[in-house]
Design a protein around this ligand. Structure first.
Ligand code: IMP
Ligand code: MG
Length: 184
């Protein structure tokens, strides 16, 4: 179906059915891995919210939800590695199995910093589930146990991901036309 944002998109990278089937597989894998454990699924707002809400409905285990808001200083298409927590978890994570759900792992600086902070709170374990991974851009030593799609180095939007707070409501993931962020 045509979408209001189509004219700004160079091409679609991940279609709705592609995303849905991958999310289903990730949910099954997570359900197997955390069998019998106390699972806390932490979504990083706002980018992960669409992925998060689809993913948790594919996790066939009792689990708890929580969210963090972080901001990384830098331009809108690049992060700097200096991360500020704007909203922290609303509970203690000591002894819990924490699964961080993120939209995209780019330089890795944001999640590197965040996992360092959370590790100090003595969780039983801490792992990352990211919808997309852009390994070419990595600057920090960070590994995501669960990766939806490994993608090339391009700026993508949709399915929760934004450019300048737009495009989050696109149901698929597309590569943004360069002219859009050049003029931006
Ligand atoms: P990192 O610290 O460089 O790994 O940055 C991760 C964050 O940057 C993600 O959570 C996104 O908010 C944002 N980001 C990185 N790449 C993209 C992209 O291609 N499109 C939209 N946001 C992105
Ligand atoms: Mg963003």
């Amino acid at each position: 179906m045509a979408h209001i944002h189509d004219e700004d998109i160079d091409h679609i990278l991940l279609t709705e059915p592609q995303i849905a089937s991958r999310v289903q597989a990730l949910g099954e894998q997570i359900s197997r891995d955390y069998q019998g454990k106390e699972l806390l699924v932490v979504g990083i707002l706002k980018g992960a919210v669409v992925f998060y809400s689809d993913l948790i409905r594919r996790i066939n285990l009792p689990m708890q939800m929580d969210f963090m808001v972080v901001s990384s200083y830098g331009s809108s298409t690049d992060s700097s590695g200096v991360v500020r927590i704007l909203k922290d978890l609303s509970q203690d994570i000591q002894g819990k199995h924490v699964l961080i759900v993120e939209d995209i792992l780019d330089t890795g600086l944001t999640l590197h910093y965040l996992t360092q902070i959370l590790k100090h709170r003595s969780p039983a374990s801490i792992e990352i589930c990211t919808l997309m991974d852009k390994p070419e851009r990595r600057k920090a030593d960070i590994h995501a146990k669960y990766v939806g799609f490994t993608i090339p180095d391009a700026f993508v939007v949709g399915y929760g991901l934004d450019y300048d707070e737009k495009y989050r409501n696109m149901p698929s993931v597309g590569v943004l036309k360069e002219e859009v962020y050049r003029r931006g």
